[in-house]
Design a protein around this ligand. Structure first.
Ligand SMILES: NC(=O)C1=CN([C@@H]2O[C@H](COP(=O)(O)OP(=O)(O)OC[C@H]3O[C@@H](n4cnc5c(N)ncnc54)[C@H](OP(=O)(O)O)[C@@H]3O)[C@@H](O)[C@H]2O)[C@H](O)CC1
Ligand SMILES: [K+]
Length: 477
């Protein structure tokens, strides 16, 4: 899987790459700039906006390459060459073309704008001249190509400062960072390209990544044919509990998703009144009614429990939660199941996976949603360590952690931001676990499958949870 590194890891990565290529750091910058230049959209005229560090240095080198390639190039230097240092100063010195130190008039004279303001060294919100430059870039009609990462986007977290360059294309050099694909990252990078400068991944084997990118190929395991000599019992027994009065849909969606994911026998637990309606909606699902706190539920044998979708927080909800959490069944905890956990001092060992969205994660960690989003990797890791389970932090660039390693999903879109898609995901995870996949594998495969289904449908508008379930099998063909 593709590793993602934090910004502080890029210096050792640069050094290892230069060492492997047997070149010095300036030659590495030249290779980086050439790699970005190769991805430049077709153009005659370009503006290269350069900043104070080596990202700016890449920009100066690229500008000279373009000039030698007979393009009409203008560098807008936010930092005068005399104040630059190291490789960036050398790059500016080697540039033989035209330079300006203020915003060029007529922003629409350029076919392409190259954003070489900040890369991995961004340390605060861009202000003053830098803020003006980013706003200028964002107002240009030209295609915008960002060097390494859009300026203003924090590589470690994917938080976009206001303003951040809105790129059409981003060429990441040598390695990618979590910020390219989680939180705001995908909204700002445009088309994301990684250029490794022909340095193999093994060169960084000693550097511990912050996370890995999940891959479509994970789904190959699911495509393997089922054994002829098998029966429904071979694919596990699953309990799906939640759906307080008026919320039957949540457990129905979850149970149906588990069914489509291949689980063997699925039983829903909901209110006494709603239980008879379950087979009416979905004949393959069995149902059990829970009357309330005075009812000691007879829990059927199960390999996996999915708990929380539409569960609510009433007495009925708490009683059901309490009884099931002490049943010692490997559990996928979702939605209100997580909210009830947040009010609880002790967590059951049986929690195998939890699937919070940022608000649920914030409740569990007793902080604000913005604190979760400010560092999604840290949040998911903290939860995984605290509850000793696999955690799926939903959102753009869903992150999965088992407390040791983190995985980010690069697929999916805001088409999934609709009611019930979370219930579907929980159902898929539990459905895969019931078939014998580990908690981590199930979370990884379900997240990728769920996201790729949205990409496959590519509606560009809301994908309903029911449609999502219907299209799931198409991704595995
Ligand atoms: N990945 C690679 O292997 C290679 C990467 N290259 C390129 O180099 C950059 C990283 O270069 P670096 O110099 O470390 O960082 P930056 O260019 O991003 O800029 C750091 C300078 O910017 C100042 N800064 C940071 N934030 C702000 C701000 N908001 N406003 C004003 N100034 C800011 C920072 O100042 P400090 O006060 O924070 O120290 C620095 O002066 C990488 O992204 C690649 O593009 C190599 O060219 C090749 C190999
Ligand atoms: K940049």
């Amino acid at each position: 899987m593709q590793p993602l590194y934090r910004s502080q890891q890029t210096k050792p990565i640069d050094a290892a790459a230069a060492d492997y290529l047997q070149i010095d750091s300036y030659q590495l910058m030249q290779r980086a700039a050439l790699a970005v230049y190769r991805h430049l959209p077709d153009c005659e005229t370009l503006l290269v906006v350069t900043g104070p560090g080596n990202n700016g240095g890449d920009g100066w080198v690229l500008a000279e390459l373009a000039r030698q390639d007979h393009k009409k190039v203008l560098v807008w230097a936010l930092q005068k060459p005399a104040t630059l240092s190291g490789d960036a100063a050398k790059a500016a010195e080697d540039y033989q073309g035209e330079v300006v130190y203020a915003a060029p008039a007529e922003p629409d004279q350029f076919d392409v704008v190259v954003d070489a303001l900040f890369g991995t060294g961004l340390s605060r919100a861009p202000g003053g001249l830098y803020q003006d430059a980013i706003e200028y870039i964002n107002q240009c009609q030209a295609k915008v190509l960002s060097v390494d990462i859009p300026s203003g986007l924090v590589g470690d977290t994917g938080v976009a400062y206001i303003p951040t360059v809105q790129a059409d294309k981003t060429v990441a050099i040598l390695n990618m960072m979590p910020g390219h694909i989680t939180a705001d990252g995908r909204d700002y990078c445009g088309e994301l390209i990684l250029d490794r400068l022909a340095v193999p991944e093994r060169v960084y084997a000693d550097i511990d990544p912050s996370a890995y990118v999940l891959k479509q190929a994970m789904l190959n395991l699911l495509k393997q044919a089922r054994k002829h000599n098998s029966h429904k019992g071979s694919y596990g027994r699953l309990l799906v509990a939640g759906g307080q009065h008026g919320m039957l849909g949540a457990v129905l969606l979850c149970g149906t998703a588990a069914l489509v994911s291949g689980a063997g026998l699925i039983q829903l637990i909901t209110t006494q009144e709603q239980a008879p309606w379950v087979p009416v909606h979905r004949p393959e699902l069995m149902a059990l009614g829970f009357t309330g706190s005075e009812h000691q539920i007879h829990i059927p044998p199960a390999d996996v429990l999915i708990l929380g979708m539409g569960l609510g927080s009433s007495q009925w909800s708490k009683a059901l939660w309490q009884q099931l959490m002490t049943a010692n069944i490997p559990t996928v905890l979702d939605a209100d199941g997580l909210n009830l956990l947040a009010d609880c001092d002790e967590a059951a060992d049986s929690i195998a996976v939890m699937t919070p969205h940022p608000k649920e994660a914030a409740r569990l960690l007793n902080c604000a949603v913005k604190d979760i989003q400010a560092d999604r990797i840290k949040a998911v890791e903290t939860l995984a360590k605290r509850y000793q389970c696999v955690v799926v932090l939903k959102g753009s660039g869903t992150i999965i952690s088992d407390g040791e390693e983190n995985f980010i999903c690069p697929y999916g879109s805001a088409d999934l931001a609709t009611a019930g898609t979370g219930d579907v995901l929980a159902g898929m995870i539990g459905g895969l676990m019931a078939q014998g996949f580990s908690a981590l594998q199930s979370a990884q495969m379900a997240v990728v499958w769920h996201a790729l289904t949205a990409d496959h449908c590519a509606l560009g508008r809301c994908l309903t949870a029911s449609d999502l379930i219907r299209h799931l099998p198409e991704v595995l063909i």
